[in-house]
Design a binder for this molecule. Structure first.
Ligand SMILES: [Zn+2]
Length: 324
């Protein structure tokens, strides 16, 4: 896969509900940043978690984006059609002994954590204690987990002799993942301790979000990821996967979240209202509100095209300068 180094950005919604005010902020910011860099902007429908997706919602989202004047520069991609790519990545990780099967239920994990003088769950997720790392305990493997206690030094050849190069450069030490967010600055995570060996293929056979995103960002030649701050915590895991798979790491910019009246972050889970794009004026007003969240001063625009032009000029003067 040869890619030019031209700026390529993306917006990657999950069709689990319509776009809301918060998701439009991420869509607009990624569109503005791509256009400010003379780059291209792609849309990827992250429907890898099939049971959570709502049939037809992908088209609702695409219509909402179109109503806001946010048109992708290439046909959208659906993750549900890319399973074989995730399977290949999993096989590559297994071949390098960087992934292993896990038979633990949530109960097993809780019990193991308790025995070990357990740490509290982080973001509601249990830090996996590594029970199956050295062989399955009893039952057959259900899920596949990524080993987080390896570090891979720079790949000597980006896309050739991968497997051998990896074996030579894998060190058995717990790595810190250090990265720099364009807005939030230097970030560091000890993935092994903060998250533990995480699931890359679930017990039900579906591939995990983390693996799918990393494989797709590389396949689509994404150079810049602009997304909501709620996804910031995933970045270290994704960089670790990129390193294990010999894939490039994009630049990251995490944008502020939109909070509802109750002070909670707007999300589909807490019933955020669908974006009103029923009329050109409603769409323009939605864009205007999204621009305000990004501190792009906006006056009520008559049409989406003008709202976008205005936001674009503001973005160039503010974000593009401040967070190059
Ligand atoms: Zn296990």
């Amino acid at each position: 896969m040869a890619h030019s180094t031209r700026y390529t950005g993306r917006f990657a919604p999950s069709p689990t509900g319509p776009l809301h005010a918060g998701s439009l902020v991420a869509a607009l910011a990624s569109w503005l940043d791509a256009h400010s860099h003379g780059g291209q902007w792609l849309v990827r429908l992250e429907d890898v978690d099939v049971p959570r997706c709502i049939p037809g919602m992908d088209h609702v989202i695409l219509q909402q984006l179109a109503a806001c004047g946010l048109h992708p520069d290439a046909p959208p991609v659906w993750q549900s059609q890319r399973t074989h790519h995730y399977q290949q990545a999993l096989e590559q990780l297994v071949a390098l002994d960087l992934a292993y099967p896990c038979a633990c239920s949530r109960k097993d994990i809780e019990a193991a954590l308790q025995l070990a003088g357990a740490e509290k769950p982080r973001h509601g997720e249990l830090v996996y204690p590594g029970t199956c790392r050295h062989g399955l305990h009893g039952k057959a493997g259900r899920a596949w987990r990524l080993r987080t206690d390896r570090s891979v030094s720079k790949w000597p050849f980006p896309h050739a002799g991968r497997a051998q190069a990896a074996i030579n450069s894998i060190a058995s030490e717990t790595p810190f993942i250090d990265w720099c967010d364009r807005r939030l600055g230097a970030q560091r995570q000890d993935v092994a301790h903060a998250v533990g060996d995480f699931v890359i293929q679930r017990a039900d056979g579906l591939f995990a979000y983390q693996l799918a995103v990393v494989v797709d960002d590389a396949a689509q030649g994404i150079t810049h990821v602009v997304r909501g701050e709620d996804l910031c915590d995933n970045t270290a895991r994704q960089i670790l996967l990129q390193q294990y798979l010999g894939l490039p790491t994009p630049q990251y910019l995490h944008t502020p979240l939109v909070h509802g009246d109750n002070g909670e972050k707007l999300s589909k889970q807490n019933g955020a209202q669908a974006l009103d794009t029923s009329t050109p004026l409603a769409a323009a007003q939605s864009l205007c509100r999204a621009a305000q969240v990004l501190a792009l001063p906006a006056s009520p625009p008559p049409a989406t095209a003008e709202a976008l032009r205005h936001a674009q000029a503001q973005w160039l003067e503010t974000w593009a300068q401040r967070y190059p």
